[in-house]
Ligand binder design. Structure first.
Ligand code: TPP
Length: 222
């Protein structure tokens, strides 16, 4: 399990040039389609849990325990406020356990022998999970090697662009130093502004599920 610390930013026509100027190395471009799942009552996302299938693999993003990352100064608090921190779980049995903690299986497990893909399918059905969002992203990735920071420039197929500065930590890793690396990178990129920038899912829900979007906003999840 890893923890992703990231700051989203508005990507402009100059971003790639600036990345080159500050010595970022282009890692490549890839394309992926995300399918996000939840119950019809949105039991997962209303708990800030984001279950998706990307390139055939299941991933669950869920909140880290509410730690304050030991912020001691105003600058540190501001850096933390600009960033999000999520646990990323990619091990399917662990994902199924986490989901089960939230949603009690609607039907009992069947006794019949099933293949892994059938088991996956029946897990989705048992938990009444449905796909509520599907979109494709073209991602260009850059690395700032000396900082251990990755910068992704995402273009979603519904006409939305966003940049992300991110650091991946193993569980229990140094969040404060990750925040500092992100803050330094944001400075090098000349990012100003002290408001969080919305992500792809934010923009997708605003357009496609306005009622659910409003509910997530009122619960301070988005
Ligand atoms: N990002 C911010 C800045 N605030 C939030 N409350 C969330 C995300 C909530 N959230 C956590 S994971 C997730 C969402 C909507 C699903 C998409 O994650 P995102 O980091 O936007 O996409 P990725 O870079 O993993 O493709």
């Amino acid at each position: 399990m890893s923890v992703e610390v990231e700051r989203k930013f508005v990507c402009t026509a100059d971003t790639v040039k600036t990345l080159e100027e500050i010595g970022a190395v282009f890692l490549g471009q890839r394309q992926f389609c995300d399918h996000y799942f939840d119950t019809p009552k949105f039991d997962l996302t209303l708990r800030d849990m984001w279950l998706r299938k990307r390139k055939g693999c299941w991933e669950l993003k869920c909140p880290t325990i509410a730690d304050k990352a030991g912020e001691t100064s105003r600058e540190q608090s501001k850096a933390a406020a600009m960033c999000s921190r999520y646990k990323e779980i990619t091990n399917l049995p662990e994902i199924q356990l986490r989901v089960k903690e939230v949603i009690k299986d609607v039907c009992e497990d069947s006794e019949t022998e099933t293949s892994p893909s059938q088991e996956e399918e029946s897990w989705i059905i048992r938990n009444n999970l449905v796909c509520f969002a599907e979109f494709t992203t073209v991602r260009r990735s850059f690395s700032l090697k000396e900082e251990g920071v990755q910068v992704d420039l995402d273009e979603a197929d519904f006409g939305f662009h966003v940049g992300e500065i991110e650091v991946l930590l193993s569980e229990g890793g140094d969040v404060q130093s990750a925040l500092e690396k992100i803050e330094r990178t944001a400075g090098k990129l000349g990012l100003s502004g002290d408001k969080r920038v919305e992500g792809k899912m934010h923009a997708y829900l605003r357009r496609n599920h306005p009622e659910h979007f409003a509910k997530l906003l009122s619960e301070h999840i988005l």
